[in-house]
Design a binder for this molecule. Structure first.
Ligand SMILES: Nc1ncnc2c1ncn2[C@@H]1O[C@H](COP(=O)(O)OP(=O)(O)OP(=O)(O)O)[C@@H](O)[C@H]1O
Ligand SMILES: [Mg+2]
Length: 283
């Protein structure tokens, strides 16, 4: 049975999407069948995998609001073993449209149950808010990954996020675990990054991944080419860091040794969606 991981932090710009795109990529390259679902109306994960948002006609919105089958919305990506359910701008209205619906916090959990056995990991990219889309993600998830940016006030807002996670645990999803906290945009040249690292580890202890993601120009450039770092600059420090993060997460989960796909491997696994969906969103 697959594991559902939500990448969440209501703070904007902390590295949620960069983590989702690149962590998922290295999980797939290690041999796991991975599905990424872009729950952010901004659609940065969708474009980060090279899909043109202007051309997307079918998105996760249709599953959440219009009860369309999620499997009809799955499209392949350039990474073998990694599929995507794209976001679209219509998702911006979903928070409001969800509000009056019955079981509004559980809609994603319900529609995901159809797919969970087809993947090793389903990774959810959340918008920067604690609204209904994030609550749906936390309700559907087995575990949360929380990126924290190495900057002033790094821990600001964290207590609010933890409080939301606890609320979800108490009322909607008792099994929700914190998979780990990942420090992002670490700059080894500054004392600040080291201070934030020490502070976060003091507060959160073993929840913090050993792997730290460095600030890397290559990581910030890759989305403009619609490529995960593994395809854009596989030898960069940022690529090494996300590969290490995936390895650490797989180790925490006791996953089998990677059977090392390469990014150019043609063989794919996992549900790739119907051809129609794939063709519609092909680049
Ligand atoms: N390690 C890194 N080094 C350099 N730039 C990074 C790194 N991680 C992320 N960035 C850049 O920082 C910006 C914010 O990152 P990202 O989009 O991943 O954050 P986010 O938390 O998903 O943002 P939002 O809350 O808007 O969804 C992006 O321009 C991204 O390219
Ligand atoms: Mg994002």
């Amino acid at each position: 049975m697959g594991q559902i991981i939500a990448c969440a932090n209501q703070k904007g710009g902390v590295g949620k999407t960069t983590t989702v795109v690149n962590l998922s990529t290295y999980l797939a390259l290690a041999g796991d069948a991975v599905l990424v679902i872009d729950l952010d109306p901004q659609g940065n994960t969708t474009s980060g995998f090279g899909l043109d948002r202007d051309e997307i006609r079918h998105s996760v919105y249709e599953a959440i609001i219009e009860d369309r089958r999620l499997s009809d919305l799955v499209v392949p990506t350039a990474i073998p073993g990694l599929s995507l359910v794209p976001s679209s701008i219509s998702l911006a209205g979903a928070e409001v449209e969800l509000a009056p619906l019955p079981q509004r916090e559980r809609r994603l959990a319900r529609i995901l149950s159809e797919l969970v056995d087809s993947y090793d990991y389903i990774v959810l990219d959340c918008p920067p808010s604690l609204g209904l889309l994030t609550v749906n993600a936390l309700t559907a998830a087995d575990a949360v990954v929380i990126p924290i940016q190495c900057e002033y006030y790094a821990l600001e807002g964290l207590s609010q996020l933890i409080a939301t996670i606890n609320l979800v645990r108490n009322h909607l999803n008792p099994g929700l675990a914190i998979k780990g906290v990942v420090l992002t945009m670490y700059d080894p040249r500054t004392n600040l990054s080291a201070e934030v690292d020490a502070e976060v580890r003091k507060h959160l202890g073993p929840a913090v991944f050993d792997t730290v993601i460095p600030r890397s120009v290559r990581l910030s450039e890759a989305p403009s080419y619609g490529l995960p770092i593994a395809l854009y600059r596989p030898d960069s420090k940022g690529a090494e860091a996300y590969a290490a993060l995936a390895a650490e997460l797989r180790e925490r989960d006791g996953r089998p040794e990677p059977h090392a796909r390469t990014a150019s491997d043609e063989s794919t696994s996992g549900v790739e969606g119907n051809r129609e969906a794939g063709d519609r969103s092909s680049r």
